[in-house]
Design a protein around this ligand. Structure first.
Ligand code: FES
Ligand code: FES
Length: 177
């Protein structure tokens, strides 16, 4: 089978690869690009362990073809931390012990980030709804929901702090004129 040449962006980096036309994005990420964060739990779109975003849309990478991400922007769990600084969701998952075996965790983190990127003040129902496509055999879900809720609080605080800083800088600049 001849390969498809794909040019795309993964976690902000320009990436090129060649894959068979029927190869799932999950296999491309794991086996061609060395990004093993996304996991294969089922391979049929039922568990969410392979979750990534494509152009900010949450998808199961086992159900998307690698060839389909031509010209798109893919984000995986590997892109969540900022260098040594964990994303608030990652820190809160650790703090709340929201993982045990960890197989489901990358998928939950990516799905939770997709939620908080569009709504940083979700209700518990909204969190549970947003994570309904992700299965966990270990935690019982409550710790995960608490971790997401707590991360949302941190994100809101950080945004408020940044807004205050910007407002102060603007006021200072205006006063200096
Ligand atoms: S491996 Fe993709 S949804 Fe389970
Ligand atoms: S922590 Fe084991 S499946 Fe979720």
């Amino acid at each position: 089978m001849s390969g498809v040449h794909v040019t795309t962006t993964v976690n902000g980096d320009a990436v090129e690869f060649v894959c068979p036309p029927n190869e799932p994005l999950l296999d491309v990420l794991r086996n061609r690009l060395g990004l093993t964060g996304a996991k294969e739990g089922c391979g049929t779109g039922d568990c969410g362990a392979c979750s990534v975003t494509v152009d900010d849309r949450l998808v199961c990478s086992c159900l998307v073809l690698g060839a389909e991400v031509e010209g798109r922007s893919v984000s995986t769990v590997e892109g969540m931390a900022d260098g040594a600084d964990l994303h608030p969701l990652q820190s809160k998952f650790i703090e709340h012990a929201a993982l045990q075996c960890g197989i489901c965790t990358p998928g939950f983190l990516v799905a939770a980030k997709a939620l908080l990127d569009r709504n940083d003040d979700p209700s518990e129902t909204e969190i549970r709804y947003a994570l309904a496509g992700n299965l966990c055999r270990c935690t019982g879900y409550d710790k995960i929901v608490r971790a997401v809720d707590d991360a949302a609080k941190d994100i809101r605080k950080a945004k408020a702090k940044a807004a205050t800083k910007t407002a102060k800088a603007k006021a200072k600049k205006a006063a200096a004129k």
